[in-house]
Design a protein around this ligand. Structure first.
Ligand SMILES: NC(=O)c1ccc[n+]([C@@H]2O[C@H](COP(=O)([O-])OP(=O)(O)OC[C@H]3O[C@@H](n4cnc5c(N)ncnc54)[C@H](O)[C@@H]3O)[C@@H](O)[C@H]2O)c1
Length: 310
């Protein structure tokens, strides 16, 4: 397929482009700052320029558009700016794709749409699946709710298949190797002290697994994805100890239903993506952190747990 990826230079975009190139797609990456991606035709473009976006899609005539660009971190800009930027970029790109007759359009949403992690939030059920009610509590989450409805609108009104996905907290290959994460801590630090990772604790995905989800989404029959959304997460939690033991201290909003989770079972249910697309993640912190870090993180968490218990 000929695929256009917006936000190609970002944490997720880089892995999405690499996975699509590896799968044999012809990939055009759009971003305001190109990243030097292997095998990708990178075009520097300001996506707020509606006419330029429409022109580019009319000229390149892709089979698919993957829309990732936007302000990706809640509270990283003024609330109004996050809401207006994310919703208008999505509308600009999706409208141009609809007008251009693009067959497949996938947009990035976020698990924050359900209000996860906000003070006072309570999960309606655990594990959490796509039927969970929406309850955004900040402009970032609200922008994603609007983006999901923008997707549904174009799904209803155009011939192409439009869908969205909600990647959990994205961890890039460099972050497993020790680079600081979005909030500055390393992955080993987050695992050693669950308080550092509270919101992402039960909610993460390797960027390459999320990228392989995108490839699986492109390969699925249109009827399986049109107008649909998917949680995309790891098959375990970003924690050494089981969620059933941690929820009271670090994610009280999950409630007692969290105690029904067994072993390393994740809080976010990824069964829909497995059933409809045949996609399943293959990476976790246990496979991606180097062996010495896994050993030292695990030992340190067990030691501090035993100290607290005695
Ligand atoms: N990173 C996460 O943990 C996470 C979790 C859930 C959802 N998401 C969503 O996934 C998507 C990608 O996230 P990410 O972590 O890769 O973000 P990122 O910030 O690393 O990358 C976003 C990219 O978009 C580009 N961009 C932004 N505005 C642009 C504009 N006006 N014109 C051209 N390019 C522009 C930026 O230059 C950047 O390269 C976002 O929509 C984000 O909300 C991310």
């Amino acid at each position: 397929m000929h695929v256009v990826v917006t936000g190609a230079s970002g944490r997720l975009g880089r892995s999405v482009c690499a996975a699509l190139v590896a799968a044999g797609h012809v990939v055009v990456g759009l971003d305001r700052s190109p990243a030097g991606l292997d095998g990708v035709d990178e075009i520097q473009l300001e996506l707020t320029d509606e006419a330029a976006v429409a022109r580019l899609l009319a000229d390149t005539r892709p089979d698919a558009v993957i829309h990732l660009a936007g302000i990706a971190v809640p509270f990283s800009a003024p609330e109004r700016e996050i809401l207006l930027t994310n919703t208008s970029l999505a509308h600009t790109v999706l409208a141009a794709a609809a007008r251009g007759g693009v067959a497949r359009v996938l947009a990035a949403s976020s698990p924050t749409v359900i209000g996860y992690g906000s003070p006072g939030w309570r999960a309606a059920s655990v594990p959490i699946d796509e039927r969970h009610a929406l309850a955004p509590t900040n402009a970032y989450a609200l922008s994603k709710v609007v983006i999901e409805d923008t997707v549904r609108m174009f799904s209803r009104t155009s011939n192409g298949a439009f869908g969205f996905f909600r990647p959990c907290y994205v961890v890039s290959p460099e972050e497993w190797a020790g680079a600081p994460t979005q909030q500055g801590h390393t992955m080993a630090e987050r695992l050693t002290d669950p308080a550092l990772a509270a919101v992402s604790l039960f909610n993460y995905v390797d960027a390459r697994d999320a990228a392989e989800f995108v490839d699986a989404w492109l390969a699925a029959p249109a009827a399986a994805v049109d107008g649909e959304g998917f949680f995309v997460g790891a098959a375990d939690s970003l924690a050494v100890r089981p969620v059933a033991e941690l929820w009271r201290d670090f994610a009280p909003g999950l409630g007692e239903a969290a105690e029904l989770l067994t072993g390393t079972q994740p809080v976010f249910d990824i069964g829909k993506a497995e059933r409809r697309l045949g996609w399943a993640p293959t990476r976790s912190w246990r496979t991606e952190l180097d062996e010495a870090s896994v050993t030292s993180v695990t030992a340190s968490v067990i030691r501090s747990h035993e100290t607290r218990a005695s």
